[in-house]
Design a protein around this ligand. Structure first.
Ligand code: PRT
Ligand code: ZN
Length: 287
């Protein structure tokens, strides 16, 4: 009997391609993604990787061509396909926003009433305007939304924004956020049990990689008289490991710290007398 394989769809090229491939690799899924390949068999995990255009991924997952896939929440919402959003992946972060030309005296959403708004996200925008009882004229275009006002095609735009520089260089000002988005793992509904088992295995690994990304491993030397103070600064998973150094009066302390308060903790540790501080990345963190 052929081995059951989970068919995983990722973006072929574009903003989510590299991060999605890296995520699978860090989950220990080895595969070859040679240029122009449409699909690739994983060597050491029961999976096949499909390389597709992001817009097609929700439909392929819905129809069972793929079992799971990675897409932006924006693409998922726009296609409106009935699939399960399983896990946010923490990359591909952006927002879908409304923006107006700089000389547009914008006060509130009502200002969009009767205006022409260019977008590649007509479904999401339509729902947003309907929810806010705004009657605007949505113009669906397939790309380069940011130039629509300057060529007289629209009065405003609704587009994805990350740094904001595209809007800025086109003389546009972001005025409302329609939705926040990041890459998400989606799965087709009612996956058969054997595929569900493979998905759970992959998901466990994805969660470990995500947890590792939020934490650092720290090692330092502490004079014994400052040990209590230093240990109190380090929560660790249970509590820090403390081991005596060969040099009397000193200990080596190992712990895990969150990346958010990382620099502050390091400064406090130095002030408290810690020396030889080493900080390492964690590949996986099994919880
Ligand atoms: O070929 P394919 O159809 O697969 O790719 P695509 O061209 O449709 O998509 P791609 O690769 O551009 O984006 C894939 C996904 O990345 C999107 O669906 C989002 O979920 C996510 N993402 C994150 C972004 C951005 N950030 C982003 N900044 N997608 C697009 N942009 C564009 C935006 O449209 C605008 O043109 O970048 C510009 C704005 O960027 P800033 O930094 O100037 O604000
Ligand atoms: Zn696309």
């Amino acid at each position: 009997m052929p081995e059951t394989k989970l068919k995983i769809a990722v973006q072929k090229s574009g903003r989510l391609n590299e991060d999605s491939i890296n995520l699978l690799r860090r989950c220990g899924v080895k595969f070859n993604n040679g240029l122009g390949k449409l699909k690739s068999e994983a060597e050491n995990f029961p999976a096949e990787i499909y390389f597709l255009r992001d817009d097609d991924i929700p439909e392929y997952v819905h129809d069972g061509v793929a079992d799971v896939g990675v897409v932006g929440e924006n693409v998922l919402a726009e296609t409106g396909k009935a699939v399960d959003a399983i896990e946010k992946l923490g990359y591909g972060k952006c927002r879908l926003s409304l923006a107006v030309p700089k000389n547009f005296a914008y006060r509130s959403l009502e200002d969009f009433g009767g205006k022409r708004v260019a977008t590649t996200y007509p479904q999401i925008l339509n729902e947003f305007f309907a929810a806010h009882k705004i009657n605007a004229d949505i113009h669906t275009i397939s790309g380069s939304v940011e130039i629509a006002p300057s060529i007289g095609l629209a009065d405003a735009v609704c587009d994805l924004v990350s740094s904001g520089s595209t809007l800025f260089t086109n003389g546009l000002r972001e005025v409302e956020t329609v939705m926040q988005s990041e890459a998400v793992l989606i799965a087709r509904k009612n996956l058969p049990g054997d595929l569900q088992t493979i998905l759970e295995k992959l998901l466990f690994r994805i969660k470990s990689v995500k947890a590792a990304g939020r934490n650092k491993y720290i090692l330092l030397n502490a004079p014994d008289e400052k040990l209590n103070e230093i240990v109190a600064l380090l929560p660790g998973i249970k509590s820090p490991t403390v081991m005596p150094l060969a040099t009397g009066g000193w200990s080596s302390v190992h712990s895990v710290i969150g990346e958010n308060d990382f620099w502050e903790t390091v400064e406090q540790l130095k002030t408290a007398g810690a020396e030889g501080i080493l900080v390492l990345s964690i590949d996986q963190m099994i919880q």
